[in-house]
Design a protein around this ligand. Sequence first.
Ligand code: A2P
Length: 352
Amino acid sequence: MTREYNVAILGATGAVGRRMIEQLEQSSIPVKELKLLASSRSAGTKLPFRGKEYIVEETKPESFDGVDLVLSSAGGSVSKKFLPEAVKRGAVCVDNTSAFRMDPDVPLVVPEVNGEQLKNHHGIIANPNCSTIQMVMALEPVRRKFGLKQIIVSTYQASSGAGQSALNELNQEAQDYLDGKNMQEDAKILPTKGDKKHYPLAFNLLPQIDVFEEDGYSHEEWKMIHETKKIMLNDMDAPEIKVTATCVRVPVPISHGESVYFTVADETATAEDIRKVMADFPGVVVQDDPENQVYPQPIDAVGKRETFVGRIRPDQENKGAFNAWIVADNLLKGAAWNAVENAEYLVKEDLI
Ligand code: A2P
């Protein structure tokens, strides 16, 4: 008989949590019982799963009694508080927050890139940052075939990456702007809840995602640098691939774009070679036909599980260097789908 799993979704009412429910519904995971967990604010809310209504419960340590698998996306402090409780009770957790990503005991996994790391878990698996996931999806096949020396990335990140409330904030600002009202008062969350000042995103660009580190990089930029090294080389400080990043929030609701410049060790590689290895990699779709104006766009990526790459072209003055443009749904491959895909792998390999 196939084993069935009791699954809990922590943060079930959030932008990612709701998509975790939807991705779980479409997955191959045999679900016995489902628990939808959030804060007391949304306890009692009803959400559908496989044709049945489920009532959201307030999260308590006991909520995890009898749970086999937890998918969580309720913020880092909530994960730190509850996931060790869930592990103590025998659950395996796939956590979408940054709470445990750099813990040496916690695998940081994009299944297509380093799925084998799941075998080393001790109860918690971290889902990488959304902008890191789509970048490593596009560049891992290049690394495997031609060797990667350096990555320079600039991101164009959607507002939903900061949660449902940031998405609502952008919509309100856009409405107020079009109505001729002052949108400054709408800005309560972005660029980041954790900082003192807030600025409107509608009709604007914010070169700050998360708080700033002492070296002048934002924490999001720090994450892209160190998560990329941990995923590709299994060492968050690995010097073999140099990575630097500039992260920018743009007034797009869903799907991040990234302009990436990278250099490869094998300087005989051509743009056509790069296109081919990317197109052959599972989960990557190459949309690259400038003559016919074909390139990835955020509105086309919404609701899709794949990572889209286009505008692949060589640097005309440096050998072995290329530019590319990468787009993916930050709530799906960047979060909910990657988490459920990790869970599917755990189920398939009997790691729960
Ligand atoms: P709630 O709806 O009760 O606030 P988003 O990333 O879209 O902002 O969503 C965050 C998710 O995390 C929501 O489901 C939210 O639930 C949940 N959450 C926030 N704080 C807590 C908490 N202290 N305990 C459990 N869930 C929480």
